[in-house]
Design a protein around this ligand. Sequence first.
Ligand SMILES: Cc1cc2nc3c(=O)[nH]c(=O)nc-3n(C[C@H](O)[C@H](O)[C@H](O)COP(=O)(O)O)c2cc1C
Length: 315
Amino acid sequence: MIRTRITDLFGVKYPIIQGGMIWVSGWRLAAAVAKAGAVGLIGAGSMMPELLREHIRKIKKEDPQGAWGVNLPIFFQYAEEMVSIILEEGVKIVFTSGGSPKKYTHRLKEQGIKVAHVTATPDLAVKCEEAGVDAVVVEGFEAGGHNGRDELTTMVLVPQAVDAVKIPVIAAGGIYDGRGMAAALAMGAEGVQIGTRFAATIESSAHDHFKKAMLHASPTDTFLILRKLIPARVIKNTWFERVFEAEKQGATEEELLRIIGEKRTKIGMFDGDLEEGELQIGQAVGAIRDLPSAGALVLDIARDCENILRGGVFR
Ligand SMILES: Cc1cc2nc3c(=O)[nH]c(=O)nc-3n(C[C@H](O)[C@H](O)[C@H](O)COP(=O)(O)O)c2cc1C
């Protein structure tokens, strides 16, 4: 049993958060994680507002008391409408990311919602604390999805963020098993947010082609691109090569936007085009060799972490 301020805050058995992931974490994945005793997040960043409402209603029906919530990227064009839906539907947990934590924290907390914000430097963790969030997620640049520009790794980021704030810190980036979780807790984090490893589970809505590609990937198959726009860690493929070459040639933001084109993340992660789509994933992908259920994964990670912290060994 690992009790921290994060397990108390969210009323969960394990201080594990399944990170919100565009095209990957719908209500099925979030519900499976919540039922296993951790926090499951619906990734709102790839949904139209009414689709988010549908996902919230489905998960409410499936697991009315569970520790599930919504991840809301603040820069998303529908963020404002989504906040209204979150309030109307009585969501109890919100993880914001990609923008100022000041923007929605007060409004959400006024309604009794537990709020965490995702950030990538110790200084920004302090800003989250000042904005009044209940917890801060600090994400190292090993992570999948959008990323900080400063390239801080989880190993240096977590202890410095822990020293910089009083609120509980959740570590993210490169954590995929009990060893990583135990290391994060040893550095003072009180919870872990895991994305990549949960993308390769039965309940993840990633396309099967994408899931299969994860099973064969090595840790060097990802790269951080689009630093001029919003940095993203992706699997190297044909589309990536085009963007990478353009960046090397000094392409402007407008040129990059043209090369990226429309709906790249959907084409890759949801429709399964492994060459022409944008496949966001973290360096942890190199360790994925199976597609378990999300619930079994939570239990495995928590059990191994507990054994290590008790002085046992990792099998
Ligand atoms: C496919 C994918 C999509 C993601 N989408 C989002 C998102 O919409 N919003 C967000 O805050 N983080 C997003 N992330 C980041 C995760 O929530 C999480 O913080 C991160 O994956 C943790 O690092 P890891 O990938 O090494 O486990 C995404 C990550 C992945 C792999």
